[in-house]
Ligand binder design. Structure first.
Ligand SMILES: [Zn+2]
Length: 194
């Protein structure tokens, strides 16, 4: 099965540089500056590389509150045999489990960084968690629900808006995924590990 991952288009990169806000919190100052976004996305990319070594589709995520990393996670779908074990879902569960959210379910004042544009489930979870800001790397033409297929962070029918910044280190995130799937396709059927 082919799974194409494309780097975010140039327009998204421009958006990222401009600190694009997708209609959320109009007039409000961004919660983090662009150099912070690049640095935190580097940590998410580290998680993605760890996932790759574990034979998982390389997607990583970090959760940041007031400049501090409060959770890190990576895709564990194969390891857990769980279709919901996406990096963003595990990130939310880790933050809850560690007590860092103080027992509350509202993820105020956080930015979620993830290397691949979130799917419908993860965007839904972000809306439910009241996550104010999301930064992603490359877009996902087959499942992206932040911008590409759906814009769940900016749907007036829902009761929460998520600021979305796309294309931050998108080339690196996309290269990781492309290389992973290329190796997967090249692997002899029934052969050992990637
Ligand atoms: Zn997801």
């Amino acid at each position: 099965m082919s799974h194409s991952i494309v780097p975010a288009p140039a327009s998204l990169l421009t958006d990222a540089v401009a600190g694009y806000i997708s209609g959320a919190r109009p007039g409000a100052a961004p919660l983090a500056t662009e150099p912070d976004d690049l640095a935190f996305m580097a940590l998410a990319l580290e998680e993605a590389r760890l996932a790759e070594r574990e034979g998982e589709v390389p997607v990583g995520a970090v959760l940041v509150r007031r400049g501090e990393v409060i959770a890190r996670a990576r895709n564990r779908r194969e390891t857990h045999g769980d279709p919901t074990a996406h990096a963003e879902m595990l990130l939310i569960r880790e933050a809850v489990g560690s007590g860092t959210m103080g027992g509350g379910w509202r993820f105020t004042e956080v930015t979620l960084y993830v290397t691949l544009e979130p799917c419908v489930m993860c965007m839904g979870a972000s809306v439910l968690a009241r996550i104010p800001r999301l930064v992603y790397g490359c877009s996902d033409p087959k499942g992206g629900a932040a911008r590409t297929l759906y814009q769940l962070g900016n749907d007036p029918r829902l009761n929460h808006r998520v600021e979305v910044v796309g294309g931050v280190r998108g080339e690196e995130a996309g290269d990781l995924l492309r290389d992973f799937f290329r190796r997967l396709r090249a692997r002899p059927r029934g052969g050992a590990g990637p």
